[in-house]
Ligand binder design. Structure first.
Ligand code: 3PG
Ligand code: MG
Length: 391
């Protein structure tokens, strides 16, 4: 897929509206993981070096059309100013006369950050009047928000009806890296983890015909184990999903796609770092205990499979990696992916965060800034925000 990149635009002296995805975790009023901010820097630096005035648009969380104080972008502006080493002017809103006046008064080299665009309901409903109001703030539109490319919102889709639209450098980089998965070298292996089974089932269903093997860990695994009659003790399971899980397993058999579940797990009474921790058979977890990570035998078996693959995609941690006694599974699998010669892609903020924590990011072929967007791409879903960016 060829995109119309910013190098084709004449940005000198122009006001350039840049849609970024600064939907980042905050903690104590500060940005807790700045990976998405850092990923946007090449585009911002390019525009500033070419004497553009930069106006940034982002969402944060899901405020559902009202102002939520905790979802203001001020902490993001502060963090970005540090990274860029220049002032970033945080505006009070994303549309309206005060905003246009402030932007109009700006000069080439200035950076503005509009307030959370989802404070207006018209953003997610992609209302055309709202898209036009946003568009009036700039001469050109650049979409660098790969992580929101699966959303048909005013700032990702509607706005491009009103302005010449270009793909930012991050957008181009993400699409190039993920496009390599369209004709993958085989064996092609997927690793699927994460807390909630429900959010991963659609992806599993769509991955079955595309990949050769799927390794399942994290919370997802316990619903799979339990659906096949295993005793998973007090682990979180979603019984409503059993039927769909059986359908996925039947499809995997027809397609000759192997699905591997954990054989042993690390269990605890709860998520506390100082409670008693044991390892047991994944199909016989005692009552009152919950599975919180994959066990060492599973790590070994999964690592073995990873080392035979030529292409690996991974979304979702395999255990509660943020709590030390339950981090070994995600770390062990990360080390195997790092060690393998396969083309490896990691999607999702949490998995990327885990790899950063273990110091493994540099040994992964590509770590995507997208979670849902990356999964949508892997599943072959239509990505509405890309349409306006095609060359
Ligand atoms: C993400 O973090 O996945 C993106 O920013 C999209 O957020 P959303 O799922 O709330 O649309
Ligand atoms: Mg999401």
């Amino acid at each position: 897929m060829e995109l119309r990149g910013i190098e084709r635009a004449d940005v000198e002296g122009k006001a350039v509206l840049v849609r970024v995805d600064y939907n980042v975790p905050l903690s104590g009023g500060r940005v807790a993981d700045d990976a998405r901010l850092r990923a946007s820097l090449p585009t911002l630096r390019y525009l500033l070096e070419h004497d553009a005035k930069v106006v940034l648009i982002s969402h944060l969380g899901r405020p559902e059309g009202r102002v939520v104080e905790d979802l203001r972008l001020a902490p993001v502006a502060a963090c970005l100013a540090d990274l860029l080493d220049r002032p970033v002017r945080q505006l009070e809103d994303c549309v309206g006369p005060a905003v246009s006046e402030a932007v109009d008064r700006g000069s080439p080299g200035d950076v503005f950050l509009l307030e959370n665009v989802r404070f207006h309901r018209e953003e997610t409903t992609n209302e055309s009047g709202f898209a036009r109001e946003l568009a009036q703030l700039g001469d050109l539109y650049v979409n660098d928000a790969f992580a929101a490319v699966h959303r048909a919102h005013a700032s990702t889709v509607g706005i491009a009806d009103h302005l010449p639209a270009y793909a930012g450098l991050l957008m181009e980089r993400e699409i190039a890296a993920l496009s390599r998965l369209e004709e993958p070298e085989r064996p092609y292996l997927a690793i699927v983890g994460g807390k909630k089974a429900r959010s991963k089932l659609g992806a599993l269903r769509d991955l079955v015909p595309r990949v050769d093997e799927i390794l399942i860990g994290g919370g997802v695994a316990f619903t799979f184990l339990s659906a096949s009659g295993a005793d998973v003790g007090g682990s979180a399971v979603d019984e409503e999903l059993y039927e769909e899980i059986r359908a996925i397993q039947a499809a995997a058999e027809r397609e000759d796609t192997k699905i591997l579940l954990p054989e042993d797990v690390v269990i605890g009474v709860d998520l506390s770092p100082d409670g008693e921790v044991r390892t047991c058979d994944a199909r016989a977890i005692p009552a009152g205990w919950q599975g919180l990570d994959i066990g060492p035998k599973t790590v070994e078996r999964f690592a073995d499979r990873i080392l035979t693959a030529r292409t690996v995609v991974w979304t979702g941690p395999l255990g509660a990696f943020e709590v030390e006694p339950f981090s070994a599974g995600t770390r062990g699998i990360g080390e195997a992916v790092a060690e393998s010669d396969a083309y490896s892609v990691i999607g999702g903020g949490e998995t990327g965060e885990a790899m950063a924590r273990f110091g493994l990011v540099d040994r992964i072929s590509y770590v995507s800034t997208g979670g849902g967007a990356c999964l949508a791409f892997l599943r072959g879903k239509h990505l509405p925000a890309l349409e306006a960016l095609r060359a």
